[in-house]
Design a protein around this ligand. Structure first.
Ligand code: PLP
Length: 324
């Protein structure tokens, strides 16, 4: 980062940012990419490219864009969302198809379908490539855009063996977080056609997101893409190791498989806040999803042994708790 050649990215003159954007576009199976400060900004621009004011985007009810972006798409771009409820966090064409509303006298027109891979709030569920392909073909046939929130697309890819381009090329607009499990301190990519990215660049500046010598950050992003994608499988193994320890003493606490690096824990009759406080006192940080639901995420700063140890801490606490 300290040695990265830099320039003014508002003029597209930062060589390191340009290199990251070219490499990112290639990896994501798109023509061009834009380096953004956050995944929320990349999603904001990506959704804006596929939906105009007064139309709707369909997405899972647990999608990051509806739950964790503070209503930005409505507040800033006048876009509404309507959601489907998936059982297992997997977006399925037959369910989405039934929700699409074509323009009429009074129904909001559906402009795009949004898919999140992996789905954060559904225990990091993976979207199967064939399902995404079906949705993409359906969307193309009906004049709908597809936005892929690929904050953790690398996780889906190491788990399935598909490339990021296999998924990314099926979307109109796709994002990828360079922070999260990939380990860069800051930044996300938005990728799409050259024309779309040129438009997004203008809107990013309008929103105050144009930046100058951002190459210091892009250098970390490049490092992350070149070195930290394949090792995401270690995070998946660590998440399973963590979950195994928890279920040893509290078999009811974790439902189903652990597909990637996210483990959702049911805290039973113990309030989530209490688990957070007690685990926190032992040096383990968890995040709260609900009054009786907690999330653990593995990443490159914790080892497999750390995660097994963390599982033991949670197991010791929940082992004395009754299921709900
Ligand atoms: C983290 C995340 C984002 C972006 O979040 P920022 O904090 O704005 O970088 C978007 N989508 C998903 C699924 C995420 O997990």
């Amino acid at each position: 980062m300290a040695g990265a050649p830099v320039g003014d990215d508002v003029y597209a003159e930062d060589p390191t940012v340009n290199r990251l954007q070219e490499y990112g576009a290639e990896l994501l199976g798109q023509e061009a990419a834009l380096f953004c400060a956050t995944g929320s900004l990349a999603n904001l621009l990506g959704i804006w490219l596929v939906a105009e004011r007064g139309v709707e985007v369909l997405c899972d009810e647990r999608a990051h864009i509806v739950r964790a972006e503070l209503g930005a798409h409505g507040a800033l771009h006048g876009i509404t969302t309507r959601t489907w409820r998936s059982v297992d966090g997997v977006a399925r064409l037959e369910q989405i198809e039934a929700e699409v509303s074509h323009i009429g006298g009074h129904l909001v027109k559906t402009a795009a379908i949004e898919i999140e891979n992996t789905l954060n709030f559904a225990s990091g569920a993976i979207q199967p490539l064939e399902e995404v392909r079906g949705i993409s073909q359906f969307a193309a046939g009906h004049g709908l855009g597809v936005h892929l929130d690929g904050a953790r697309l690398g996780n889906a890819c190491v788990a399935t063996g598909h490339s990021m381009g296999d998924y990314g090329s099926l979307a109109t607009t796709v994002t990828l977080c360079l922070s999260k499990g990939l380990g860069a301190p800051v930044g996300s990519l938005l990728a799409s056609t050259r024309e779309n990215i040129a438009k997004a660049r203008v809107q990013r500046k309008r929103l105050g997101g144009g930046w100058r010598q951002a190459g210091v950050l892009a250098a970390a992003g490049l490092y992350a893409l070149e070195n930290n994608v394949n090792r995401l499988s270690e995070d998946h193994r660590a998440a399973r190791g963590f979950a195994e320890e928890v279920t040893r003493l509290a078999p009811w606490a974790i439902g189903g498989e652990i597909p990637t690096n996210i483990v959702v824990i049911d805290t039973g009759k113990l309030p989530a806040d209490e688990l957070l406080a007690r685990a926190g006192a032992q040096g383990l940080k968890l995040s709260k999803l609900g009054d009786h639901e907690v999330r653990a995420v593995t990443h490159l700063d914790v080892t497999h042994e750390d995660c097994v140890e963390a599982g033991k801490i949670v197991a010791a606490i929940l082992g004395e708790v009754e299921p709900r």
